[in-house]
Write a protein that binds this ligand. Structure first.
Ligand code: OAD
Length: 233
């Protein structure tokens, strides 16, 4: 039977595709206040500003291509059952060929009416739809007449896919973490659901806060680190 790998990714896996990370020097949060452009309070305060921020991200994503790390992760499917659990809102894992990707923080290429996918409807994704790389403006409405919002988990909102992610991590024989500062909870705590006999690896050029002695830190950028990881499997 094939072994299972859970791959937990963050902005660092897409850095070599030209997409900026959030917390590195010169990262997105150096130039934008996350509470203004990526929080639920920010959305209610100034929807146009939030829509513009995600319009910009869609424009950047249109120009980006999957890099060697996305491709190597997709390639693991030849020999393993691979669950990619990403904090990223880009679609580079899918474009590299990964077939099972859980987006913890949503997807920038999708939108939904602002009154949907919440506690009231059990986080139903029925009214979520794809807009590709198009812009969304204040006044753009869903078929139900309600303002469209990005299909993103804003700061201050629940992370509905956490349970599914915890389950996938707990079943994995190998947990691989790539390019995340592990600073945003609950996603940052996911690797702690790894079973006691799972092997855990992290690929990141920087120091990261880790609470498990088992973890092997491959201190390299994602494309290079994935080559080392392949040799250690
Ligand atoms: P961060 O920007 O917090 O962390 C990026 C990590 O990637 C850092 O640890 C870097 O050292 C590492 N890194 C940089 N370049 C790399 C490379 N070429 N290869 C590998 N690693 C590299 O991004 P996340 O941890 O993904 O959420 O941030 C988590 C969440 O915070 C995001 O999903 C987003 C953000 O606010 C929301 O907006 C809800």
């Amino acid at each position: 039977m094939k072994k299972r790998i859970a791959v937990l990714t963050g902005a660092g896996v897409s850095a070599e595709s030209g997409l900026g990370t959030y917390r590195d020097n010169g990262g997105l949060w150096d130039n934008y206040d996350p509470m203004e452009v990526a929080s639920i309070e920010g959305w209610y305060r100034d929807r146009a500003k939030v829509l513009d921020f995600y319009n910009m991200q869609r424009r950047h994503l249109r120009e980006a291509r999957p890099n060697g790390a996305h491709l190597a992760i997709a390639g693991l499917e030849k020999d393993y059952i691979v669950d990619v659990i990403t904090q990223n809102v880009d679609n580079l894992h899918e474009r590299a060929g990964s077939t099972h990707v859980v987006h913890l923080h949503g997807e920038v290429t999708k939108v939904r009416p602002e009154n949907s996918c919440n506690e009231e409807d059990g986080f139903s994704e029925k009214s979520v739809f794809d807009i590709g790389y198009d812009e969304v403006r204040l006044g753009d409405k869903a078929p139900n007449g309600v303002q469209l919002r990005p299909h993103i988990v804003f700061f201050g909102e629940a992370v509905p896919k956490m349970e599914q992610a915890m389950d996938l991590v707990s079943k994995a024989d190998v947990v691989l973490i790539v390019g995340t500062s592990l600073s945003v909870y609950p996603a940052a705590g996911l690797y702690r659901y790894a079973s006691s006999d799972a092997r855990i690896f992290i690929i990141d050029p920087a120091e990261v806060p880790l609470f498990d002695r088992r973890i092997v830190h491959i201190r390299k950028v994602a494309t290079e680190g994935m080559k080392d990881f392949a040799g250690m499997l």
